[in-house]
Design a protein around this ligand. Sequence first.
Ligand code: HEC
Length: 405
Amino acid sequence: MLMKRIVFFITLAVFVLMAVGCGSATPVRQEQVAEAGSEVMPFDLERTTHIFEKLDNGGLQQVISDDGDGEQIEHIRIHLSDEAKRFNQGDFHVPAMIHGEDMAGLHELTMGADRLKIQYSDLKDGGQILYTTEDNELVGALHAWFDQQVADHGEHALAKRPDTAETTSSEEESDLGMGMGMMGNNSMRIAHHAAIPEAYVSLSNPIAADAKSLERGAAIYGSSCSVCHGDGGMGDGPGAANLDPVVSPIAHTSQMLSDAYLFWRISEGGQGDPLNSAMPTWKETLDEQARWDVINYVQALGQGKVQPQYNVGGAAYDPAVEQQNRLEMLAEAMQAGLIDQEEAGIFDDVHKALDSLMAETGLRMQGNNLPALLTILVERSEISQAQADTFADVHDQLIEAGLMR
Ligand code: HEC
């Protein structure tokens, strides 16, 4: 599996380099650029990969350490976050020191900086800057500016993230990739079972999910969230590649989680223990109403009440896919000998009953209230006590095995 990925990566890298090669700068120029770069950039060009990926509404620039060296990663993060701050103020002089004052797109970007949204975030092995704008001319300037950097950096730069090509080129690979992510870490389990801080624990959404709120929520989602969470809220935006812990499919998880939990997580983000995730803190940038509006929007996405928009990329929430994922998870658990066919069937049935209960009553999973929700189903005679017990049992086993999303 790993080998397959590595071989794929190398093939892809060669392919991309060949493609880029046609428009690339002369070796002499690349050498000059590397020399100028080493004076301006604190990290080692030889040990890092630069990715400049064009998006329909902007672009994504990533710098990733090839060998996972802590010091290099630190240098990358400091450099890129400083750059993002300067770019936000219309100051693009650092790249111009490397690539020349006549750099493609430089003038337009400097003049149009106030129409360009620039966001920095940490990656597991480096950092990234996301550029977005609604101005098509600026998109063009940004792409030209990217092209020049890819050409000038020669073998140290790619025009596309290897991961994206991988997922779009092979369904099978992407399924496996998802499975690995599920098993690879238990961050969702940590998050979903964390105690909600006192300041948030009793909150509930005061804003009705009417058309106005959804419209406001859509705008916030499009400008602040879709880059990572994806247009449809499935955790597959362009900024999600390389993040660890992985980005949550919030269109889905927000159907099961309480208002208090969602509001807390959006307000405080995932920095620091125990999550250590790239989920940003929003309480300083989004007022309370904005945070409730975006919760309304995300939940509406997961209920199919609104259609994804903005086009940064990512799948729409699809209950059929969700059902499919659940069946695959159960199949994996059966293969591992954790549960048998009958238990898998009971789990699936009770899960469906829980989904309807939550949709109908607005009740959500929170902390350790699963037994309470199951009791409601038993009292309503929708399931038997034995089925409830089996469900709880299988649920724990799936979590224990790291199979639960
Ligand atoms: C830089 C990428 C990034 C951006 C931008 C981002 N998120 Fe996240 N978000 C994450 C990651 C990674 C996680 C999973 C780890 C965690 O729970 O902290 C996450 C988790 C969450 C969760 C918890 C979901 C769960 O199932 O536990 C919510 C809710 C959420 N994000 C909402 C938002 C909203 C709303 C926005 C926009 C205002 C947003 N995020 C912007 C990366 C991002």
